[in-house]
Design a binder for this molecule. Sequence first.
Ligand SMILES: Nc1ncnc2c1ncn2[C@@H]1O[C@H](COP(=O)(O)OP(=O)(O)O)[C@@H](O)[C@H]1O
Ligand SMILES: N[C@@H](CC(=O)OP(=O)(O)O)C(=O)O
Length: 413
Amino acid sequence: MNVFKFGGASVKDAAGVQNLAGIVQDQGKGTVIVVSAMGKMTNALEELVRAYVSQKPAETEEHLLAIRAYHEQIIHELTGNFDRVYQTLDNLSNYLKKAPASTYDEVYDQIVSLGEIMSTQIVAAYLAELGVPTHWADARQLIATDTTFREGQVDWEETNRRISHAVPKNAVTVTQGFIGQTPDGRTTTLGREGSDYTAAIFAYCLNAKSVTIWKDVPGVLNADPKWFDETVLLEKITYQDAIELAYYGATVIHPKTIKPLQNKGIPLYVRSFIKPEAPGTVIGNYEQHLLIPSFIFKINQVLISLHPTDFSFIAEDNLSRIFGRFAQAGVKINLMQNTAISFSVVVDNNPDRVPDLLELLKQDFRVSYNQGLELITIRYYDQSTIDRVLVNKRLLLEQKSRYTVQLVVKDLG
Ligand SMILES: Nc1ncnc2c1ncn2[C@@H]1O[C@H](COP(=O)(O)OP(=O)(O)O)[C@@H](O)[C@H]1O
Ligand SMILES: N[C@@H](CC(=O)OP(=O)(O)O)C(=O)O
C-alpha cells in the first residue's frame, strides 16, 4: 500500500486535477491520496478569517465570493457530481453569518480546514466520475489531536487505532492533509504546510510501502530554485539530512514528516507532478550523507535582542522565562545566541504572533529588534559557499556547527 500526497500547487486548477487523476489511475486500489487545499486557497481562507473576526462584513463577503468563484471555476471545467462542494460552501456562508464565538485560533481552524475539505470533495467526485473506485475519508475523524488550535498535536495511539480500520482495500482513499479533530469534535489544523505530515501519519499507521509527495520541482534540490539559478537534484538523501534540511526551512518537505517514516523505515519519494515519469528524490536509510552543499533561505526574519533590566546575567532563570514567553506566544525560534548579558533570537516575522510576543518580552526585558532580515543556512558548508551567499549582504550574526552554518543578514541590494 502506498501513500500519495498532492499539494496545493498540483491541484491549483482543473488541469491539475486531471493530471492528478492520470497519476492515480495507474495505481492499485488501496492507495491513499492526501490532498491539500487548491492553489493558494489556505492564504485566501486566512484572509477571510481576518475579515470575519474583525467583523468587517463587506470584506468578509468579498473574500467569500472569491473563494466560491475559484472553486466553481474548477468544477465547471470538470465532470462529476459536486453537490458536496456546494454544500460545504453553503455551510461556510452560514457559519459566517453568526458572530465569532470562540478564540481566533479556533475560528481559524474551523474555517481554514474547509480548503482541504473542498479540494478532496472535488478530487473524489472527479475520480469517481472516471470510474475509479473512490472512498472519501474525513481526516477530522481519523487524526486525533489535542486542543492546540493551528498547531494540533497528534494523539498517535488514538490516530493509529482509527486509521488502521479506515482504509478499504478495494478503493482509492482520498483524504485531507493538514486537518484533525479534538476529542470533543472541534476541527484543528496541524500547522501551515502540514499536509506532508498527514501523509506520513497515514503511512506510519498503515505500515505503507512508501510515501510519494508530488511537487512542482523535479525532487529535492540543493537549493530552492526560486532563489538560486543553478540547482542540483539530490537523488538520494538520508533521513538525517532530510530532517536537517526541512528543519532549517527547506520548504519542499514539512519538518515533521520525516521522523514517523524513519521510525518504520518507510521511503519518502519527492517527485514532479509535471514530469511524473522522472524518478525524483528518494529519502531513506542510506550510509552516505550529502556530498554537496545545500542552501536554505528564509526571508522576512526578525532579530530580537533581549537585555535584562537589572544586573542579572542571561542564565537559567532568565532563559526559562524567555522560553516560556515564546511558548506562550506560539512563536518558533529559528536561531538563538547568547552572551553574558544579552540573548538574541531570530524568528519568522508573523504579524499574528510577533507583536504579542514583543509585548510579553517587554514585561521582563529591554527589547530591541531588527526587521526585514534574511536567514541563510548552508549544510555542508565551506568558506567559498559562505562568501558566495554574502555578496551584497551585511552579516549581523553567524553560527557554525560541524556541518551547518547559519547567517543572519541584511540585503544591501
Ligand atoms: N531544496 C528544495 N528543493 C526543491 N524545492 C524547494 C527546496 N526548497 C524550497 N523549495 C520550494 O518548494 C516548493 C514546493 O513546495 P510547496 O510549494 O510547499 O508545494 P506544495 O504546495 O505542492 O506542497 C518548490 O516550488 C520550491 O520553490
Ligand atoms: N493547505 C495547507 C496545508 C499544506 O500542506 O498545503 P501545501 O501542501 O499546498 O503546502 C497550507 O497551505 O498550509
